[in-house]
Ligand binder design. Structure first.
Ligand code: NAP
Ligand code: MG
Length: 402
């Protein structure tokens, strides 16, 4: 069989621990036998990040701007324990944070739906894609404890020295206060990424804030979304038969629960933090969540939503068998290959992405799955496989289809 051709390389970002092991298995068993795989390889494993003073992460993000499509393995975000474990020079920043800042992107997370793993919400038939704004608000707030009676004000000093004031509160006793901010440029990029991704995936876009209470702050988000929609995306949405829909966050929550799914839900930073975990859990499993970073310029970086599965890795190092679920990482590859195929006009590559995904789902639906899914499936006659055997079953399905 001739291997499926690629013309432009994918930016390949390798990672850490159990997902690094899965990464290699997926390439060896599911990609290299079928695709003439072209990648530009960046090792974002923690050791390499430390050796290069994290320059490798910056380089990987920069080259994504050149090629447009990247696929990333989960990586360790160092904490004090990791600094010790790996003897790091520094507590390097989160690679995802660095990449997101360089690409100015928004993260879209969507569940992979498969028969036998049923969402907790009975009406959900299609995935709900959650878009989280990843800058500012409470995540970059300044806070103060107020020891006793006194006045708290917000003061804005313009560059020319002119000042304006607003009273936050006249305290009669102790309390707390918080100052948050956001930037038009960041909100605009968020809005553009959302509109772009909605068109790309042919899904409606919902956006919700609390603008009835937050009449300036949240209202500003609502206005920016509406202005960008009207000026740049309305015509394309109408032509594609798609809707942009704004509502209050509490109304959105109620509608989401009663919906069938099949849309993108854009959330402010805090709402997105909370709601993405809620949606992921309600769909069944973190191991079945994909994630794609989309920049307003249309650069894409695909990955799994879960981490490096450290606990399984330590078992693996002890020589014990692990049943880690590779599905979200496989779908990161299929997402990236499909996008590459679309951009380069390679229908065979697009078809391979479909075959790879379908083979993965068929394997699960036939009752062969990893342990995490076996614990929650409603299918009878389940066979629990280790990661390597599960991947080999998927390969057999691909071979049947091609
Ligand atoms: P994790 O890797 O998401 O795993 C947490 C737990 O969820 C696992 O112990 C496992 O539960 C279950 N799980 C997650 N993915 C699974 C899979 N594919 N198959 C089966 N079970 C799965 O989070 P963590 O272990 O707390 O974090 C490990 C490292 O990942 C951290 O250093 C963190 O910085 C990093 N991280 C990276 C990313 C990223 O690169 N995008 C995201 C999050 C975290 P059981 O142990 O009960 O089986
Ligand atoms: Mg969270």
């Amino acid at each position: 069989m001739d291997k499926i051709r690629m013309t432009t390389p994918l930016v390949e970002m390798d990672g850490d621990e159990m997902t690094r092991i899965l990464w290699q298995m997926i390439k060896d068993e599911l990609l290299l036998p079928f695709v003439d795989l072209k990648t530009e390889y960046y090792d974002l494993g923690l050791k390499k990040r430390d050796e290069t003073d994290d320059q490798i992460t910056v380089d990987a993000a920069e080259v994504t701007k050149k090629y447009g499509v990247a696929v990333k393995c989960a990586t360790i975000t160092p904490n004090a324990a990791r600094v010790k474990e790996y003897g790091l020079k520094e507590m390097w920043k989160s690679p995802n944070g660095t990449i997101r800042a360089i690409l100015d992107g928004t993260v879209f997370r969507a569940p992979i739906i498969v028969k036998g793993i049923e969402p907790y919400v009975k009406t959900w038939k299609k995935p709900i894609t959650l878009a989280r704004h990843a800058y500012g608000d409470v995540y970059k707030a300044s806070e103060m404890q107020i020891p006793g009676a006194g006045k708290v004000e917000l003061v804005y000093t313009a560059e020319n020295g002119e000042q304006s004031f607003v009273t936050v509160h006249e305290f009669q006793g102790p309390g707390v206060v918080q100052g948050m901010h956001n930037l038009d440029s960041s909100i605009e990029s968020f809005a553009k990424s959302c509109f772009q991704y909605a068109l790309d995936t042919k899904q409606d876009l919902w956006f919700a804030t609390k603008d009835t209470i937050s009449k300036k702050y949240d209202h500003h988000f609502k206005d920016i979304f509406q202005e960008i929609y009207d000026a740049q995306y309305k015509a394309a949405f109408e032509a594609a038969g798609l809707t942009y829909f704004y509502t209050l966050i509490d109304d959105a929550v109620a509608r989401v629960i009663k919906s069938e799914g099949g849309f993108i839900w854009a959330c402010k930073n805090y709402d997105g933090d909370v709601m993405s975990d809620l949606v992921a859990t309600a769909f069944g499993s973190l191991a079945m969540m994909t994630s794609v970073l989309v920049s307003p310029q249309g650069y894409y970086e695909y990955e799994a939503a879960h981490g490096t599965v450290q606990r399984h890795y330590y078992r693996h190092l002890e020589g014990k068998e692990t049943s880690t679920n590779p599905i979200a990482t496989i779908f990161a590859w299929s997402g990236a290959l499909r996008k590459r195929g679309e951009l380069d006009d390679l229908p065979e590559l697009v078809r391979f992405a479909d075959v790879l995904e379908q083979a993965s789902l068929t394997t699960i639906e036939s009752g062969k799955m990893t342990k995490d899914l076996a614990l929650i499936t409603e299918l009878p006659d389940v066979t629990v496989l280790n990661s390597a055997d599960f991947i080999r079953e998927i390969r057999a399905e691909i071979e049947k289809s091609l």
